[in-house]
Write a protein that binds this ligand. Structure first.
Ligand code: HEC
Ligand code: HEC
Ligand code: HEC
Length: 217
């Protein structure tokens, strides 16, 4: 995922933003068919590569409409227009496109992994009320993280203070020298276990507080 989220990363807040259900969840329906590009369909590339009419391009009008619907939704998800990722002289050209297009492509691949391997397989554990009309689990799309900004939360560093979220021990602090120092400090504190006693005591006293106010059941 680092090809897309770079060193900025994401936390629960990127998608959830203080709410139990994030924005832009989608389910199967004929209106959202194009979003299956983020799940189990490929084939957004519809522009002919030849000048004269030839039988090499088999894209249908419907496929072309899916591509444009997908592109309009990507633009709206990021609050940008087509030229943020394309040279409008030749929409299909990667060489002439701004680098953001490659980042966006890695975003598509990331979403496929998230949707195929993490969100869709949760289907059997959701209560029926959380499933779509066709019985599928909620899935994410670009707006789920981006919320209308070219970078989620306008590029605020999310994982800097949570190195464990990178999921790779050898990544801990690598892009952030400050965190390397913190990790080293922790080891030092472990070897001189003598002082830190106050915090656990506080937690115990919190447990003895009244369990729940009347009427909270
Ligand atoms: C890529 C976006 C994304 C990120 C990041 C993310 N979530 Fe979620 N989360 C979702 C989606 C999509 C759902 C499904 C919503 C639904 O049930 O309709 C969900 C649902 C949940 C639910 C169930 C809510 C409910 O009421 O059913 C919990 C709990 C939850 N997430 C916790 C977390 C935690 C904790 C983290 C961070 C460790 C996290 N999420 C990070 C997208 C995300
Ligand atoms: C956030 C970046 C981004 C934005 C904004 C964006 N695109 Fe795209 N576009 C892409 C990527 C990435 C692909 C390649 C998708 C794939 O192959 O899975 C693509 C593919 C296309 C294609 C297919 C090209 C081909 O080879 O056939 C067309 C047409 C297109 N975009 C048009 C548009 C239009 C029109 C807009 C504005 C409404 C737009 N795009 C906005 C990133 C973007
Ligand atoms: C899991 C959350 C998440 C999802 C889903 C996601 N992105 Fe991103 N995206 C990010 C983060 C974080 C960054 C910031 C990376 C950085 O700092 O360069 C980013 C950066 C980008 C950028 C680079 C912007 C720039 O100006 O450099 C583009 C373009 C982009 N995303 C497009 C997309 C598209 C298109 C999708 C849907 C196919 C998508 N993203 C889905 C988290 C996400």
């Amino acid at each position: 995922y680092s090809q897309h989220v770079k060193n900025t990363g994401v936390t629960c807040y990127t998608c959830h933003m203080g709410k139990p259900l994030p924005n832009g969840l989608w389910f199967y329906s004929s209106q959202t068919d194009y979003l299956r590009h983020y799940l189990d369909r490929d084939g957004a590339r519809v522009i002919s590569q030849t000048v004269a009419p030839a039988s090499v391009n088999r894209s249908s009008v419907k496929q072309t409409e899916w591509t444009y619907a997908l592109m309009i939704s990507q633009s709206r998800s990021l609050g940008v227009n087509c030229t943020y990722c394309h040279n409008s002289r030749q929409f299909s050209s990667w060489r002439e496109a701004p680098p953001q297009r490659v980042t966006a492509y890695h975003g598509i691949l990331m979403l496929r992994d998230v949707n195929q391997n993490y969100l869709a397989p949760l289907q059997p554990v959701y209560p029926a009320v959380r499933l779509g009309a066709m019985g599928d689990a909620p899935k994410a799309q670009c707006v789920t993280c981006h919320n209308g900004a070219y970078k989620p939360l306008y590029g605020a560093q999310m994982t800097k203070d949570f190195p464990a979220l990178w999921g790779r021990a050898d990544w801990n602090g690598a892009p952030f020298p400050g965190i390397m120092t913190m990790a080293a400090d922790t080891t030092k504190r472990d070897s001189t276990v003598a002082t830190p006693v106050a915090a656990p005591a506080q937690r115990t006293s919190a447990k003895t507080a009244p369990a729940a106010p009347v009427g909270m059941n």
